[in-house]
Design a protein around this ligand. Sequence first.
Ligand SMILES: [Zn+2]
Length: 171
Amino acid sequence: MNSQAQPDWPKLMEEVTAQFPRTLAYLAKPREKMTVPICPYCNNPSELVTGEVIYPGLWHLRKKQLYRCAPCSAWVGCHDGTTTPLGRLAKPNLRRAKMRAHAAFDPLWRKKFGWTETRFPDRRSAYKWLSEQLGITSAECHIGMFDVDMCMRVVEVCQGPDMTKDRKSKT
Ligand SMILES: [Zn+2]
């Protein structure tokens, strides 16, 4: 009776240890459901909201999905039709910086109406060039994940003398 009441500690530890790799494997398994991104400013989880909340009155943006941290006024949009964030949550100054970076960089590869040629044939080669300019790997090269300084560097390299030369001669 007495021996039964006393747990067999070594055996119990062995069982727990044996379970451990399975527990770790379970935790490491990618979740089907996207977890909400953590706000980089306050470290609290963000919330998924629609464009109606972020852009009240802008009818065409009402169905957009975004992650927001209300106390920080920080948000980030999602890839179209998904709940996958485009990058990190950003406050107004960083959002402006990211927009400037995209405005400087995207025309180098994105074909627009009336433009017959772009500086780079496709998005991939443009990003490859950008990562080389910034001295980072192409895996790290996502404007959505950049901070303000990095965005400013994007603008700088995209407006470098040999980058604007080609485009100006065409217009
Ligand atoms: Zn926050």
